[in-house]
Write a protein that binds this ligand. Structure first.
Ligand SMILES: Nc1nc2c(ncn2[C@@H]2O[C@H](COP(=O)(O)OP(=O)(O)OP(=O)(O)O)[C@@H](O)[C@H]2O)c(=O)[nH]1
Ligand SMILES: [Mg+2]
Length: 375
């Protein structure tokens, strides 16, 4: 049976929809949704009047958790939890729980663990601060000395997890170099969660990786070889993005996301069937995540997916509103029906075919000694 929840979120339709999808993916069943204009008030996140209302709701519904669709500071979380006597999951913790449920590969499990430790660490720091101020002396029934021990323990566990991740990252680096030596070109699929990356990946490779309406279906990268005309290329499916993904989570998933920096083409998959405000929000969140990782815009191709659900005119209009029209770097496809997939393959082939020449030119322009050094 699913744990029951009260969901507190914003009063915007697309935000509620995403919050419900997150609850679903984490295995919670909201019994009641509370929509608010502001969720970032100082003491509780919510206004105090609303907290009183919540108290009554909690005593009648007795939810297992309260899901708070915003990032709460540790003190706000503490205030809410102690007033409502119920576990509070904020947006960060909820996303972490989903990642934990879905992680399969040893690397993604390590990444989730590191993200959880970072989350714990930020909380621990606040608790140490409160303990030192004497505001929360009985933190977990322990005193200041033990709080420091706890703090150090998290730090040690973080360091050992990081060391393991560094090893995994070096392994990836070796793979990348090997692929480069063989001369494979690489293409990666990126984009907001549920945009259809895996469906497109399956369509392009003939694979049958899990695709579903759930958020964060894919957490680890899968790579397959495909042949486009005369060119052998490696194509990778990657973890999806979401708005308000905390920086430390991007950090934890860095070695996976790093693939996007070294890949020849990044195909950013966009769900063209989303209403425009939602589409724009997701688009922005993708572009800023890619910027944060350091992906060069020149290597991005935007794919407006799910063209079977919307008219071509509507797609063109949305693309125009996103400001993509001018650079001709987009294509509409349907990963479900196969519409325009061959055009996408042609586009990818065309870009990749041109690239070796560019690279050779660049190398030829370098002084000889530098080439020797690089070898
Ligand atoms: N109608 C339609 N549905 C699609 C299309 N592409 C994907 N979908 C559906 O969209 C949902 C999400 O697809 P996925 O391929 O799992 O999305 P994803 O981007 O890999 O998502 P994550 O792995 O969670 O990041 C699934 O229910 C797919 O069946 C499409 O072209 N048309
Ligand atoms: Mg996927």
């Amino acid at each position: 049976m699913r744990d029951s929840a009260i969901l507190i979120t914003y009063d915007k339709e697309d935000v509620v929809k995403e919050a419900l999808a997150l609850c679903d993916a984490a295995g919670y069943e909201p019994k009641k949704i509370i929509q608010q204009k502001f969720l970032n008030r100082a003491k509780f996140g919510l206004g105090e009047g609303k907290v009183d209302e919540l108290k009554e709701l909690v005593s009648s519904l007795r939810p297992d958790v309260i899901i708070y669709d915003e990032i709460l500071r540790p003190s706000q979380n503490y205030n809410l939890a102690s007033t409502l006597k119920t576990k509070i999951l904020d947006r960060e913790m909820l996303i972490l729980e989903i990642f934990e449920r879905r992680a399969r590969s040893s690397e993604s499990m390590l990444q989730v663990k590191l993200a959880q430790l970072r989350y714990e660490m930020s909380r621990a720091k606040e608790r140490v601060r409160l303990a030192k101020m004497g505001e929360q002396p009985g933190f977990m029934g322990i005193g200041k000395f033990e709080v420091d021990v706890y703090h150090n323990d998290i730090r040690n566990r973080m360091n050992s997890t990081k060391a393991k991740l560094v090893k995994a990252s070096k392994q990836r680096e070796l793979h990348r170099q090997a692929r480069k030596r063989i001369g494979f070109k690489t293409v990666s699929l990126a984009g907001y969660t549920s945009a259809g990356k895996t469906t497109l990946f399956n369509m392009l490779t003939g694979e049958q990786k899990e695709e579903s309406p759930n958020l964060f279906t894919t957490l680890s990268t899968t790579t397959r070889k495909i042949v486009l005309q005369n060119l052998e290329i490696l194509i990778s499916d990657t973890v999806g993005f979401i708005s308000k993904l905390p920086a430390y989570m991007i950090e934890a998933f860095k070695s996976t996301l790093e693939e996007l920096v070294y890949t020849d083409i990044v195909i950013v998959v966009i769900d063209a069937s989303d209403p425009f405000p939602e589409l724009k929000k997701k688009f922005r969140s993708c572009v800023s995540t890619l910027d944060e990782i350091g992906v060069n815009h020149d290597r991005i191709v935007f794919v407006l997916n799910k063209s079977d659900l919307v008219s071509e005119e509507e797609i063109v209009e949305k693309v125009h509103l996103l400001g993509l029209k001018e650079n001709k770097k987009w294509l509409s496809v349907s990963a479900a029906t196969g519409h325009n997939i061959s055009a996408l393959k042609d586009r990818v082939h065309h870009i990749l075919e041109d690239q070796p020449i560019l690279e050779e030119k660049k190398q030829a322009a370098k002084p000889e000694i530098e080439i020797n050094y690089e070898d």
